[in-house]
Design a protein around this ligand. Sequence first.
Ligand code: IVH
Length: 670
Amino acid sequence: MKPVMGVSDIESQLEKLRAALRHHNYRYYVLDDPEVPDAEYDRLFRDLQALEADNPELVTPDSPTQRVGATPVSDFGAVSHDVPMLSLENAFGDDELTEFDRRIRERLDQEDEVDYLAEPKLDGAAVSLRYENGVLVRGATRGDGLTGEDISHNVRTIQSIPLRLQDSPPSLLEVRGEVFMSTEGFRALNQRMTDEGGKPFVNPRNAAAGSLRQLDPRLTAARPLEFIAYGVGVVEGEDLPQRHSEVLGLLKSWGIRISSLGEVVAGASGCVAYYERIAAQRSRLPYEIDGVVFKVDLRPLQEKLGYVARAPRWAVAAKFPAQEELTVLRAIEFQVGRTGALTPVARLEPVFVGGVTVSNATLHNMDEVRRKDVRPGDTVIVRRAGDVIPEVVGVVLEKRPSGARQIEMPERCPVCDSDVVQPEGEAVARCSGGLYCAAQRKEALRHFASRKAMDIEGLGTKLIEQLVDGDLVETPADLYGLTVDELAALDRMAEKSAENLVASIEKSKQTDFGRFLFALGIRDVGEVTARQLARHFGDLDALMAANEEALAEVRDVGPIVAAHVASFFAQAHNRRVIECLLEAGLVWPKVTPAKDEELPLSGKTFVLTGTLPNLTRDEAKARIEALGGKVTGSISGKTDYLVAGDSPGSKLDKAKKLGVTILDEDELVG
Ligand code: IVH
């Protein structure tokens, strides 16, 4: 029996639950320091939902359950901004930044260094949030700066925007900031869109802006939007402090998320140093930024400086080199990989993007080419973020020349003219030439020599090209017969480097079983699977004798991989290559086969982050795997342990939020 509650009991119970949920939201989004696991939050949320369902008359619009309104709106009303929403002047490079600071001091007639509030420039959409007596009553886009659109129904769905403020907020407060999508959220959303047959967004900014302009708030609620505030508009009932940095502190105390990277810096040199610090972190941040913003911190000085046209004189955006640019796609060509897979590659009019000149970009596969409908002659958006391979993210359809034709997968291999085959149900088309195809042979050799395989130092791509094109090497086993004289006769090879290369080929003969298996380049056998196979079977004869059934007993080996392994060893030419390699003198220490379940870390999933004091990433990974554990790249609900070293980055935060156990190197080793 449920105890009978009077109305005031119910009201106080409702208020308690709401206050608890608001508090946990604040801890999570604003302080980035959650107090309870997600499951506890969900439990409180369900309790509140249940109590409200029984007492619908007691539901208030600012209750945490009331984020998604019932009905879509028919259009967006206009909102006029009493204080205009301005834009920022840009500065490119240290000189322009220093010049900005010089102009400020000149106008202020001040010799001393000026204090600036510095923070990242988020790449999303600007919004204004209006709170009356602490309750969110309206959200609006920037529009043209004077008039925006009413998107109240959508901003309410964003979890990091509080519906009610805490700690005696002013009677009227307009908060300004950026709605954006994290890189991870964007990737997941695009995956979902394409899985559902929709068109992906070209970048997180478009995704954020598009999500805010939905008529149906249920759609917006399903988008991973976030909010960070950077300023205020109209404020009544509160005397704001002197410094902008203090205003931000107040916003935070009222429960509004501000940037965790904001800092007050002194003078031009402080600005330049901050710019460089953030630029160095850029690729590791969980969201995209396109620069940093500097604002004169003292508000009386801001007032003195005033505005030009649509931008304040007291602020500047120091931009990073663009990660996206437009260029013309000259042609789509096909590259042949190690397993014969044909990958479409975009040949571009060279364009400066992400700090380098790019003339080739990946198009991943034909599905992607069709989905993006990329055609030679098109003007395309090229993206190069951090050290990631440049890619074509989309087409500017308005600029398509008439007669631009879609391209088809070639029927014959562009390298060896063998048939291209695409088995039913497979996404990838492959050259059927196998090791007859020079492209596949080159890739197989490159893989064989790579760091995580046989680790043959000095055997680079250019050299492999020469070796294959000059018929000096056909299979990996031929590498072990190369002489110093043969090598020294090649282009750009001095006697000394030829000697070094022969020495490193010789050195690679002492290997381990896992590396050797990985080096063979069996389809779908990555380094982890190779190591599992090595551990499970212990020696080569046992592995080569295993049928598909026996192979599928190995952890992480499913029927498809088992079939690939079996068919690899069934082919006479592969056996011959292995024989030659063994004859050449390849050896490895004996492995004692072990059953998975007997290993101490069996069934446990690990993620590594940051720099460990003694072990390299590869060493830590090898240790974990040797004990039966599995190492993955990103934190999820399935992660058991995070091993964190120095400068751990966002994985550590995520692990904390998810309640994943965090270990340091000592704990891992000990
Ligand atoms: S301040 C009066 N701070 O950049 C200054 N803007 O080009 C108004 N933005 O529309 C803006 N991060 O959408 C400011 N930390 C930041 C920002 C930021 C992103 C956007 C904002 C604005 C545009 C200005």
